[in-house]
Structure formats: C-alpha cells, structure tokens
Design a protein around this ligand. Structure first.
Ligand SMILES: Cc1cc2nc3c(=O)[nH]c(=O)nc-3n(C[C@H](O)[C@H](O)[C@H](O)COP(=O)(O)O)c2cc1C
Length: 197
C-alpha cells in the first residue's frame, strides 16, 4: 500500500509538523510505503483560470502549467492508495499553498471519473491558540474531497490543549488505514483487551 501525506505546512517544527509525524508513524507499518509531500518547499503557481474558465484540466485531466511541479505531484497522488491532507489553520482556512494546489487538483480530478475517486483520506487541521477556524478549515478540505469523490476516513482538529490525545488518535487512524480498514467499516465501540492502552 502507498500512503501519501500532502502537507500545506510551511514549518519544519512545531505542532502541525508533530501531528504530521504522528500520522507518518501510524501509517508506517509492514507493507506500506509512506511519503510526505511538502508543498511549501516548492514554487507552485496558482490556477491560471485558462481560457474562459476551463482549460486542459477539464478535457485532458492535466494542467497546462504542470511543469512547475504540479503534474509530478498529481502523478504521485494518483498512484497512492490513501491520502493524508494536513495543514495549519490560517484565517480559519487551510494554508494558502495547500489551497492553491487543491484548486488546481480538483479541476484535473473532478468527480467519479477522476483518479482520486474512492481513495480514502484523513483530514488534519492544526490550529493555534484559539482553535477557532478548525471547523471551517476542515470544511474546506471536505469540500475538496466531495468534488474529487475522495472518501473521508476521519477528520482531526488539533490545538495545544488537545494535542496529547489527538496525536494518539491521528496515529491510530493512520495505522487503521494502513492495516486495511475501510471507510464505512463497523468496529466495536470499545477497544478490545489486546488494544487497551
Ligand atoms: C497567518 C496565520 C493565521 C492563523 N490563523 C489561525 C486561525 O484562524 N485559528 C487558529 O486557531 N490559529 C491560527 N493560526 C495559528 C496556526 O494555526 C498555528 O500556528 C499552527 O497551526 C500550529 O502551530 P505550529 O505553528 O506550531 O505548527 C494562524 C497562524 C498564522 C501564521
């Protein structure tokens, strides 16, 4: 299995990166290859809104400006079995870099015919002091998943006073996907004796 973490985090340390590491560790188990794409380390441009609103994204599923690194990442995501979308909360939204990338990606991978259709995803929003804006940020990521027919496995909103238990939950969710649990599977509502922590 291949799991790709698509990160909108510009920082190399801090809370958001700690959560991403927890997801990375949780997803990493035998038979699973995990990779992290740090969008902020590249020089990706925003959607150029070609022609009168649509370009090759609609008819050919490619961005005509894809040689800025976009097409390579798109290809990587197409090969993934599951995705983890992770971002700091900025202004109640995802980071600008992630939003710009997702804007282009959903045009290329729209609907049930897109290559992301039916892939599972974890959504992670890392907030600061207030925690305000987690819901709107997750909603933004959820909209992207709806447009691309990605199946949301779980959603997480983390800040400095819930990080201890949320980190464990993110780890466990990533491990569950990696071990083959599917969105919609029913599990026992309490941990069994072997998994009690
Ligand atoms: C431009 C900007 C806008 C932010 N907007 C919010 C916000 O709306 N709500 C919030 O709880 N935190 C906000 N924050 C704080 C970040 O979410 C927080 O720094 C990050 O997610 C987690 O901490 P980290 O920087 O240690 O990774 C903002 C930070 C920046 C730089």
């Amino acid at each position: 299995m291949q799991i790709v973490i698509l990160s909108g985090n510009p920082k190399q340390d801090g809370l958001c990166q700690t959560i991403i590491q927890a997801a990375h560790q949780g997803a990493s188990c035998e038979g699973t290859l995990v990779s992290e794409i740090r969008l902020c380390d590249g020089n990706l441009i925003r959607c150029q809104v070609c022609d009168e609103g649509w370009g090759t994204c609609r008819d050919e599923n490619v961005c005509i400006y894809g040689n800025d690194g976009f097409s390579q990442i798109q290809d990587h995501l197409r090969k993934a079995d599951a995705l983890i979308l992770a971002t700091p909360v900025y202004w109640g939204e995802c980071s600008e870099t992630l939003k710009c990338f997702l804007d282009r990606l959903r045009r290329c991978e729209f609907g049930t015919q897109g290559a992301l259709s039916k892939k599972q995803a974890l959504l992670i929003a890392s907030a600061g002091g207030s925690g305000n804006g987690i819901v709107s940020c997750l909603n933004q990521l959820e909209q992207f998943c709806r447009h691309t027919d990605i199946q949301i496995f779980d959603r997480f909103g983390i800040n400095r006073w819930n990080a201890d238990y949320q980190l464990k939950a993110v780890y466990a969710a990533a491990r569950s996907i990696s071990e083959g649990r599917k969105t919609g599977d029913t599990v026992p509502p309490v941990p069994d004796e072997n998994n009690r922590q």
